[in-house]
Design a protein around this ligand. Sequence first.
Ligand code: HEM
Length: 165
Amino acid sequence: MLTNINRLIEKLAYTLRMEIVFYIHILAATAWIGGALLLFALGIFLRDKQAQANVYEHLGPLYGYFETFWLVTLLTTGTVMYMHHGFGDVFKYAYDSDLAQTMIHKVYMVGILTFLTIIHMIIAFKTHTKTRTKWQQIISRGSSLLIFLLNLIILWYATQLRTML
Ligand code: HEM
């Protein structure tokens, strides 16, 4: 009887911990995507070049650390939930299932997004307050646009995953 109660308490505590991990994952997703959308909008709608330079000069480094923190949080909490849901076995025994395919697409997209973010940040920190070469400008803008689109696609896969789990 006592062992059963102990098991129940342990199970409840585990479920609660996973709820907290999921909560942090969602918080990180809102901060990461929200931050990216805001800066993307600034780049498009803030037409005054001097004002734009001022904003990037002061906000740039802070934004870089802010986004890095939330992306690392997303990757960590995502991995914990991946293990919790036993995705290793899903891939092993049901590779063709919608669940496995949706997850694999999400993971690939997140991999590309992380790679582009690293490239984007290296250029941003290297050229902070300096004039960029034509190629640095193209790669920086291109990666920024791709990160923006990938975020929307990842969010779509994320909502599909939740429905399937
Ligand atoms: C840019 C990175 C990421 C973003 C923006 C993101 C976003 C989200 C969002 C918004 C949800 C909730 C969907 C809903 O409730 O409808 C979610 C769920 C989930 N994510 Fe992520 N995610 C990211 C990275 C990852 C990674 C790297 C993994 C695993 C390796 C992962 C694994 C999961 C899992 C397993 C769920 C479902 C959890 C559940 O329903 O219990 N995520 N993600």
